[in-house]
Structure formats: C-alpha cells, structure tokens
Design a protein. Structure first.
Length: 199
C-alpha cells in the first residue's frame, strides 16, 4: 500500500512540473508583435507631423549627398561624410514611412521649392531648388564648401525640429529617433564646421 501511495505521489509531481506551466511572454513572437503594435498605436498628431516633415527633410539630405558624390574632384573627407549621411538617413526614411502607414497617415508632398533656407516651423533648414542647382553646378573645393554650408544649415533645422518634437510628441519610437537626430546631427555639425575651416 505504501508503495502505491508513493508511486501516485511521484506521478502527480511529474504532472505538475512548474517549468512546463510557466512561459516567458518575451519568447512568444505573437506577444512581441502585439507589444510593437501597441507602441506604434501610441502616437499623437505631433508625431505624425514630425515624421511626415522629417521624411522630406531626410530625402533632401540624401539628394544633396547624391549631388556631392557625383561631383568631380570633391574633397574626399566631404565625400565620405556625404556617404555616411545617405547611409544613415535612408533607413530612417523607411522607418518613418512605416510609422505613417501604421498610423494611417500620408506623407507630405514632395519637397520641391520651399523658399530657400526656410524656417516655417515645419521643414526648417530646407534648401530651395536654386540652392540645389547651385550645388549641382559647383565643382571641386567650391562644391565641397557649398555642400558643407548647406548641410550645416540643413542639420540645424533637423535638430530644431527634433527638439520641438521631444516637447510635443508621444510615440516612444519617434521620440527615440528625435533624440538620435539631435545627438548624431549635432556631432556632424561640429565635424562639418571643422571641415569647412580646413578647406
């Protein structure tokens, strides 16, 4: 009789293995997707406006970088910086486009002519079509200097937009991007000012 009770006890213990009953929710891909969707859904109008405006801002930075990289005899260090800017900002464009898609918002229209080195509270630091044409027609060190002059103003505008978004935005991922924009582009401004002084 004692043997039977012991055997039953062992069997019950085996059936009640706590390791089998406890699951880590972080191991569940569905739970991770749900957490991501919840974070993406947590946004306000300031987030949508920021993403839409910053997409245009980044697109122009990529365009400016492409122009410089197609310029003959541009300074090698400036060309390397242009490549870095293009490589960093293109993925961020795609990230922000995915946010707007999730939020059900359409990006703004193309950047076109925004009136030069503008500060309209929406797309600060954007270059006009004339500015871009001047960059396209420049060569060598002149092109390098003009690219740096324009990109410094462009970056300063992006930093200003990001700082404003930190005060008004809500989406955690978008706010993290703004912090990165401020950190990364402020450092690049310092780098470009040093390059400009040496040309």
């Amino acid at each position: 009789m004692a043997v039977s009770v012991f055997a039953a006890s062992v069997a019950l213990t085996a059936c009640g293995d706590p390791a089998q009953d406890t699951e880590d929710p972080t191991d569940d891909p569905a739970a991770q997707d749900e957490q991501t969707e919840t974070a993406n859904a947590d946004y306000n109008d300031a987030d949508a406006e920021y993403a839409s405006g910053m997409i245009l801002h980044h697109e122009q930075a990529v365009e400016m970088s492409d122009i410089l990289l197609q310029t003959d005899d541009a300074d090698p260090e400036v060309s390397a910086l242009a490549e870095d800017i293009r490589a960093a900002q293109q993925p961020e464009i795609e990230q922000m486009e995915s946010w707007l898609d999730t939020w059900g918002h359409e990006p703004d229209g193309d950047h076109g002519d925004h009136g030069g080195m503008m500060d309209d509270g929406g797309h600060e630091g954007m270059m006009s079509e004339d500015d871009l044409e001047n960059l396209e027609s420049a060569e060598g060190d002149e092109a390098s200097r003009l690219f740096l002059d324009q990109m410094i103003i462009h970056h300063e505008g992006a930093v200003s937009m990001a700082e404003e978004h930190l005060e008004t935005g809500q989406n955690p991922e978008a706010l993290e991007l703004s912090e990165n924009v401020i950190s990364d582009q402020s450092a690049e401004i310092d780098e470009m000012e040093e390059m400009r002084d040496s040309l």
